[in-house]
Ligand binder design. Structure first.
Ligand code: FAD
Length: 381
């Protein structure tokens, strides 16, 4: 495997880096404070093609490969992880199920609109079903050529901004994986209501909501895959989604390292810059090495996906290693900033809060280890 980025990948990354520095970074602290994102910024992201990153060009997207997608997510995350997660969910778990499992009619109707910036969301989790997604209770009752959905979804990223929701629901009264189905639900469907917006520790400008479904009638043609495919649809989508979260963590981690090196170049203690203190230098070495190792793992997972090869284990490894590395790096960044890092005057305080959730969503670190262990036993047992 060659880790050299192509000319096009480098160009893309640099363009997004410039865009993020100009349009996103200056707003990041304010968006965090206000727990909101200006519509004008979302519109600029639309115009920049960010909502069509992974969509094929004939459908109005940019059709980038997974590596390029990862680089873009890293750049956005270094500026604002909240903006990045909106783009990630839209380009992966929110749209992939339609692209891979939707009917031709559904794809032709919906994907160009998504690529143009009508936002997508992914609704699996419920109050009683997180890691154990099979415990979900949202019901999908067949009624002629419709399904009627009733239940409550929690933690829906893009919940209030979305136009399209991928929803997992089960045959009423059933248990287990086989009776779970995936559907596309549109925002204007009567009975769909965006309820509470969560007041979160980090990613504050990203909207994370409860979505209530009260007898929402949707055409049977909105079923993704076949009946009973719901789990397969979600797990396939998450394989790609986890690569994105790995790059998200890497972006936040890189921002932490850059901020720490800058700070240590100015801060004087015992008559010299922190740069010259061996313990601080050790921290830099460790932070950089952990991020580098995690980045290679993430690039490998992205490469496998682009080759059309199995990547479930490698995506889980990338997410696990990158999010744990970035969590450590964010913690060290606060340490290097001392008391100043514990205040909102410095960006590392936000990075520390933002990075924490990367070890929780799209499967906790513990769940990534379960996924990896299952593969290892299958290969070696
Ligand atoms: C900001 C944010 C955005 C989110 N966005 C979305 C979204 O867009 N769509 C969506 O569907 N969901 C979303 N989620 C939900 C997220 O995926 C879940 O929070 C996550 O899967 C964990 O589920 P839980 O919170 O119910 O924790 P639980 O499953 O209750 O886990 C609690 C603890 O127990 C551990 N644990 C549980 N089971 C096991 C096991 N078998 N082995 C070892 N340890 C275990 C977990 O690792 C964790 O440490 C989001 C969450 C957050 C916080």
């Amino acid at each position: 495997m060659d880790f050299t980025l192509s000319e096009q990948q480098t160009m893309f990354r640099d363009m997004v880096r410039d865009f993020a520095a100009r349009e996103i970074a200056p707003l990041a602290a304010q968006m965090d404070r206000e727990a909101d994102m200006p519509e004008a910024l979302i519109q600029k992201l639309r115009e920049g093609g960010f909502f069509g990153l992974t969509f094929p060009e004939p459908l109005g997207g940019l059709g980038v490969d997974t590596t390029t997608y990862g680089l873009v997510v890293e750049e956005l995350s270094a500026a604002s992880a909240g903006v990045a997660v909106m783009i990630c969910v839209h380009n992966s778990v929110g749209s992939y199920p339609i692209a891979m499992f939707g009917s031709d009619e559904l794809k032709a109707r919906v994907l160009p609109r998504m690529a143009a910036g009508e936002i997508a969301a992914f609704c699996v989790s419920e109050a009683g079903a997180g890691s154990d997604a099979a415990a979900l209770t949202t019901a999908a009752a067949r009624d002629g050529d419709h399904y009627v959905l009733t239940g409550s979804k929690m933690w829906v990223t893009n919940g209030s901004r979305a136009r399209y929701y991928v929803v997992l629901a089960r045959t009423p009264g059933s248990v287990g994986h086989d009776s779970v189905h995936a559907f596309l639900v549109e925002r204007d469907a009567p009975g769909l209501c965006v309820a509470k917006k969560e007041d979160k520790m980090g990613l504050r400008c990203s909207d994370t909501c409860v979505v209530e479904l009260d007898g929402v009638r949707i055409p049977a043609a909105n079923l993704l895959g076949r009946e009973g495919d719901g789990f397969k649809v979600a797990m396939k989508a998450l394989d790609g989604g986890r690569i994105g979260i790995a790059f998200q963590a890497l972006g936040i981690g890189r921002a932490c390292l850059e901020a720490s090196v800058r700070y240590a170049g100015q801060r004087i203690a015992f008559g010299e810059k922190l740069w010259h203190i061996p313990t601080v230098r050790d921290k830099f070495a460790d932070m950089a090495a952990r991020l580098h190792a995690a980045r290679l793992t993430a690039l490998h997972a992205a490469w496998l996906k682009d080759q059309g090869r199995p990547h479930t284990k490698e995506a889980a490894m990338a997410k696990l290693l990158a999010t744990e590395a970035a969590g450590h790096v964010a913690d060290e960044a606060i340490q290097i900033h001392g008391g100043f890092g514990y205040t909102k005057d410095y960006d590392v305080e936000r990075y520390y809060r933002d990075v924490r959730v990367t070890r929780i969503y799209e499967g906790t670190s513990e769940i990534q280890r379960l996924v990896i262990a299952r593969s290892v036993i299958k290969e070696l047992g």
